[in-house]
Design a protein. Structure first.
Length: 551
């Protein structure tokens, strides 16, 4: 009888634990959803040029079955500003645009929903690695997903139409399927599909993913060999899906974007190497020590290490205000000691799962390290959620050793999270609206009403990519745009639109005829008599952004 009671009590405890976990998971997903969808259309304060480009191409696909240049349903890339955008995010916008129309919600929803899904995938990954890492806490996976749910780094990226954020979720889905595949071999095929899909979503994965897949193959070679038939099928599927990308990957257009951002096209290391060798009278040892390859390697290492700087991670974040709030780091300061504790725990365990987390981190930083701008929170986004999983490991160890610390840790998280939310919703949109090209939407709406009364409207391009904003916010009919536009596209895919319809995005090349009315839009630094200004477009702080005038 006592034995039966004991078994019954144990079952009740397990049921209660499982019930509580499900409720915690649901609560965290609700919080993650709210944080990623609340005022998504209004903060960040407006769509910036890349988001607008994605939106108009999705609109073009939806209404005309082509991209903005008339190419039917592109497979490998959308020709945008010369950076050849991967297509998957644009196609992801289309169904939302069909339902909600061409607006901020439709453009940003794929990223926001991907961010929510990434939170749950973090739970699945953390659940898988818990046992191999000998983490005793049943709540470790829940803690890991909770940390990603409130992460300033992940929130910033999930609320903007960043292809990198959708690619991150596809990658996490692929990795999750791969980790669970030994018990369900068909997941290898799903994993292959999702891995390849990242190549159609964000360019950084074309550098990161091959390295990571080779590492996975070596790490899990025994499991892969046991399921070799499914693995073989998944490889075939991956190759078939990759084939369309090969001609484009070898094209000049594909190389152009890489050459624009990579350190390996920077001539300064070559000039520096030549100068140092010459100063040492062309000695053999100098040619070895100051070889340009050594100089490039040094520059790569500097860029690599930049991404691990405490200032970037915990104090000021990315210098680009579109990638962070600028007044705090990519992670909360409370997570610095917890990260160190978690790293110490991994170093002591020497587990295959620990090796996976560390190598994942190192390889994820490579795309950022080969670029000129470092550190760069977007180009290394594929590192998430590893730092937060390690923080969760550290947090579990701290709480197991010092149970009273939970109040201190909880209080610190409440403080830093509240501080971030205040920055993001109160200060950020006011101080950084210019970085989001705020004012174009308002300008387009005003000019669309005034357009019938004028023969030509000249708009300054000084705020960046004016034509695409006008196409998107006016919901410009694609065939009409193609029929009236004056656009130059060079051999590398750089696109310059000088005019379409009544809109001109350059200065007049002649005098205004007496029988025509021209309207002008300029930045406020142009000194104009007040009586010449028809209307002024202001930013969120009340600062003038555009002046509309006739002379």
């Amino acid at each position: 009888m006592e034995k039966n009671i004991s078994v019954s009590t144990e079952r009740t405890k397990k049921f209660t634990m499982k019930f509580r976990k499900k409720h915690w998971i649901l609560l965290i997903l609700i919080v993650a959803t709210f944080l990623r969808l609340y005022r998504l259309n209004a903060n960040p304060p407006s769509l910036y040029w890349d988001e607008v480009s994605l939106g108009y191409n999705a609109f073009s696909i939806l209404t005309n079955g082509t991209d903005e240049h008339g190419t039917p349903f592109p497979v490998t890339n959308f020709l945008a500003f010369g950076d050849a955008k991967p297509p998957l995010y644009i196609y992801a916008i289309v169904p939302f645009m069909k339902v909600f129309g061409a607006n901020e919600w439709s453009v940003r929803l794929p990223s926001a929903l991907a961010g929510i899904l990434a939170v749950y995938l973090t739970f699945l990954i953390a659940t898988h690695i818990k046992k191999p890492l000998k983490i005793k806490s049943q709540y470790f996976p829940i803690i890991a997903m909770a940390l990603l749910a409130i992460s300033p780094w992940h929130l910033q990226m999930s609320r903007v139409a960043y292809e990198a954020n959708l690619a991150l979720t596809l990658f996490l889905g692929a990795l999750t399927a791969f980790l669970y595949a030994p018990k369900r071999p068909w997941l290898y095929i799903l994993s292959a599909i999702l891995f390849v899909s990242t190549w159609y979503t964000f360019n950084a994965y074309r550098i990161f993913l091959p390295l990571f897949i080779v590492f996975l193959g070596v790490l899990y070679v025994k499991d892969l060999w046991k399921k070799k038939i499914y693995v073989g099928l998944s490889i075939i599927v991956a190759l078939v899906l990759t084939v369309p990308l090969i001609p484009f990957a070898l094209s000049d257009q594909a190389h152009l974007r890489f050459e624009e951002v990579t350190i390996f096209k920077d001539l300064d290391p070559v000039l520096d190497a030549n100068s140092r060798i010459e100063l040492n009278n062309n000695a053999i040892w100098a040619k070895i020590v100051y070889n340009r390859r050594v100089m490039y390697a040094s520059e790569f290492l500097d860029g690599f290490l930049d991404h691990f700087k405490v200032d970037f991670l915990f104090f000021s974040g990315d210098v680009n205000p579109r990638l962070g709030v600028r007044e705090m780091g990519e992670m909360y300061l409370i997570e610095l000691p917890l990260l160190l504790v978690g790293l110490y725990y991994l170093a002591r365990r020497k587990s295959k799962m620990g090796l996976l987390l560390i190598v994942w981190t190192l390889l994820a930083v490579v795309p950022g390290a080969v670029a000129r701008e470092t550190p760069h929170a977007l180009r290394i986004l594929q590192v998430l959620p590893v730092p937060l999983i390690i923080v969760a490991i550290g947090l579990v160890q701290v709480l197991q050793s010092h149970k009273s610390a939970k109040f201190l840790v909880a209080g610190a998280y409440v403080f830093f999270f509240s501080y971030y939310i205040n920055l993001y919703y109160v200060h950020y949109p006011l101080h950084w609206s210019e970085s989001w090209q705020y004012g174009y939407k308002e300008l387009v709406y005003v000019l669309e009403e005034m357009k019938p009364d004028y023969d030509r409207i000249y708009i300054t391009n000084s705020l960046g990519r004016a034509s695409t904003n006008f196409l998107f916010y006016s919901k410009q009919n694609v065939p009409e745009y193609l029929a009236t536009r004056d656009t130059q596209i060079d051999q590398f895919g750089f696109v310059d639109t000088y005019s379409y319809g009544k809109y001109y995005f350059e200065k007049p090349d002649g005098d205004q005829p007496d029988n025509e009315r021209w309207l002008f839009v300029d930045r406020p630094d142009l000194q104009l008599p007040p009586e010449d200004i028809i209307k002024t477009i202001y930013d969120l702080k009340g600062k003038p952004v555009f002046l509309i005038h006739e002379k």
